[in-house]
Ligand binder design. Structure first.
Ligand code: COA
Length: 393
């Protein structure tokens, strides 16, 4: 439903509806045999609309209003309301935008739109959002949209959702797409028993032609770009932490708006063990969130927090029993996704804008420091040790 409304909204705002010839871009008909919609079909659609189980949202209601007026009265023929008569002006604009679309075509479009809305409101509503879109990323990342939520799911459960270089690129692309899509809320979560085990340590094993220096340089650029996407993400971003989280999957949590965790989750940043240093702006967000000494215990000594501890320290918003985690969290998110999206965006903007410059500076500095750390003996030895499975953290 939200997907449909959003597509309509996008077309609406981009002015597509100003020309009736462009109406097919919405999947609606303007000519041909389908034009034979009878007055009876139209009347049926008007009645069917009243039976919808879900409110289709203002954009769609506006579209329906315009098509109804066009179908029953023809092109807009009333004076434009004044600027301050906001609601009537918006309705007038919608009707007027249909231009000279014929009554028959408007009737057909109205019937088509109502039938799509009826079909989508009859679809079952499972715990997780209905998935009406799957983007062609690598199998390790699955992006779906439905019920007003775009879900970016790390999908490498056999490797505890460790992030490969390709996944960093795919997450950047998914966040960029989500920032422009119609879902009011975006979620990051994981498949299987882990949320994410952090950077895939084998990323360091395929050296480019430029050797370790080039590997460190390009990894630092990728890291900076990746974290920038979280800093700049313009609408509510929620982490659904379905299990233990390690490394960068913990540090970026400080950039999320809300973090829900199962009580099975743990939060671990073993940077010193790996000869590395903090990223994801955690050197700034963690002391701010939990105070400097708690942050130092995590970031310097790699103290692993339980979900309850992370919640008590403000990194996690709320912890749920694992048995009801998925059900409770998605139900709550679906309810939140019905809040006015522009209000949520603007509120996030006010909160985030004050910090953005600082966060970008921190991210740049952390990425630069890590570029050096990745070339250090401490780091190379720790990674070699993990890879040779002589020791595990
Ligand atoms: N990088 C590369 N491979 C990883 C990985 C990572 N970050 N995390 C898990 N894996 C792989 C393991 O090598 C293993 O692969 P295999 O089946 O081919 O041997 C598989 O995922 C399952 O992990 P395993 O170690 O067998 O599971 P576990 O439950 O015993 O331990 C972890 C899970 C996450 C505690 C452990 O794998 C680990 O410590 N990983 C490294 C985490 C890390 O240091 N991340 C970087 C932080 S900066």
């Amino acid at each position: 439903m939200a997907g449909f409304a959003g597509r309509l909204a996008r077309c609406w705002y981009s002015g597509f509806l100003r020309s009736p010839l462009q109406v097919p871009a919405l999947g609606l008909h303007v000519g041909g045999p389908a034009m034979q919609t009878s007055q009876k079909d139209f009347n049926n659609a008007v009645s069917q609309l009243k039976l919808l189980k879900e409110d289709p949202g203002n954009e769609v209601k506006l579209k329906l209003y315009a098509l109804y007026k066009q179908a029953t009265e023809g092109p807009c023929n009333v004076p434009k309301p004044g600027m301050l008569d906001f609601i009537n002006k918006t309705k007038w604009d919608a009707w007027n935008a249909l231009g000279s679309l014929s009554k028959e075509a408007a009737r057909q479009n109205y019937v088509d739109l109502v039938s799509k809305l009826s079909a989508s409101s009859e679809s079952p509503s499972p715990e997780a959002p209905a998935a009406d879109k799957k983007q062609p990323e690598s199998d390790s990342l699955v992006v779906t949209s439905g019920d007003g939520i775009t879900t970016i799911r790390l999908n490498r459960p056999t490797k505890k959702n460790a992030l490969t270089t390709q996944m960093y690129h795919d997450i950047i692309a998914a966040l960029q797409a989500a920032s422009k899509d119609e879902s009011p809320i975006t979620v990051l979560t994981g498949s299987g028993d882990y949320f994410c085990s952090g950077n895939d340590l084998t990323n360091f094993t395929s050296l480019p032609a430029g050797g370790p220096e080039e590997m460190a340089r390009s990894s630092a650029v990728l890291l900076r770009d990746f974290v920038n996407c979280f800093i700049d993400f313009p609408k509510p971003l929620v982490a659904v932490v379905n299990g233990p989280a390690v490394g960068i999957s913990v540090t970026i949590l400080g950039l999320f708006d809300v973090v829900y965790a199962t009580d099975r989750a743990t939060f671990h940043t073993p940077f010193s063990h790996l000869g590395q240093s903090p990223e994801g702006c955690s050197s700034y967000t963690f002391p701010k969130i939990m105070g400097s000494s708690k942050a130092a215990e995590m970031l310097l000594f790699g103290k692993k927090l339980t979900a309850q501890e992370a919640c008590a320290q403000g990194l996690v918003t709320e912890v749920f029993p694992d048995s009801t985690f998925q059900k409770e969290v998605w139900a709550r998110l679906k309810a939140y996704s019905k809040l006015p999206p522009n209000a949520m965006r603007i509120s996030k903007q006010i909160i985030r804008d004050r910090e953005k410059e600082k966060l970008h500076a921190v991210n740049a500095e952390e990425s630069n420091v890590l570029r050096e750390r990745w070339l250090s003996d401490e780091c190379m030895n720790a990674i070699a040790s993990f890879l040779s499975r002589k020791s595990k953290l």
